[in-house]
Design a protein around this ligand. Sequence first.
Ligand code: NAD
Ligand code: APR
Length: 252
Amino acid sequence: AGSQLEEFTSVLEAAHKVTVLSGAGISAESGIPTFRGAGGLWRNFDATELATPYAFAANPSLVWEFYHYRRCIVAAAAPNAGHYALEALQRKCEQQGKLFTLLTQNIDGLHAKAGSSNVVELHGSMWRTRCCHCNNIQGAPEPMAKEANIPSMQLPRCKLCNGLLRPHVVWFGECLEVETMECAHNALEDCDLLLVIGTSAVVQPAAGFAPLVKAHGGAVAEFNTEDTPISDNCRFKFHGPAAVMLPAALGI
Ligand code: NAD
Ligand code: APR
């Protein structure tokens, strides 16, 4: 394990372009449930079944209740040592004149709360909304009732056209925004080192990032409590909680 750390450190030192991909696992130690791990259940529903445009069309109150519930959890949470280690890594890379990009599948905003800048939020943000009618993007609505079964009259409405607002996130069956994908591809192209942290690597397109980097000769380092479908693409594997392993591996 000592030699893996030494080798990782020298690859990091030599890298000109460093990219990070994070998923739900990095926020686990902030008390935010992951999607596919244990304890990810919300009421009696599968969270991923609520994150679809069909679910929203069928029952916007239920989907809004789900996002309010998640926002309450995140509002009470703080970034952990893993988020802070990445913020410190970004500062260090930028001081050294390296290119650094943080891509996240998380919609919780905790990287920015830890001080990271220019975070690429692949799946949008739970702190923004979008009008279903005019597509205007606005802030999240006032913390609505903690109540269940939000009456449709009380669902959040667009300031401009009074259309129904939806969370500004990417749901299953939806595409990522074109500009977001461009940012991701620029960050992955020719990167020397990709850190993949706390993602089960089953949701596209992020699941394809590690194979892409490996194919062009970049090194991939995985930080996860378990193996994933992309583990075989990873030159470095740091098994354990991100809040412990990231500060240790990055020497921060
Ligand atoms: P997709 O929705 O067409 O699904 C692709 C495959 O994944 C399907 O075969 C589906 O059955 C399977 N799948 C669905 N739920 C799954 C689960 N819980 N675990 C494993 N597999 C599951 O396409 P996609 O590429 O998966 O998703 C479309 C886009 O939406 C992706 O870019 C994804 O990152 C994004 N997304 C965002 C959220 C969010 O809440 N922010 C949720 C889901 C997906
Ligand atoms: N430290 C590191 N990794 C952890 C920790 C931890 N403390 N706790 C859990 N993990 C790992 C799990 O082993 C798992 O591989 O984090 C991963 C979490 O996987 P998912 O819950 O599937 O989260 P993610 O990969 O981010 O999901 C992708 O799916 O529903 C969508 O849009 C949603 O962005 C999300 C996407």
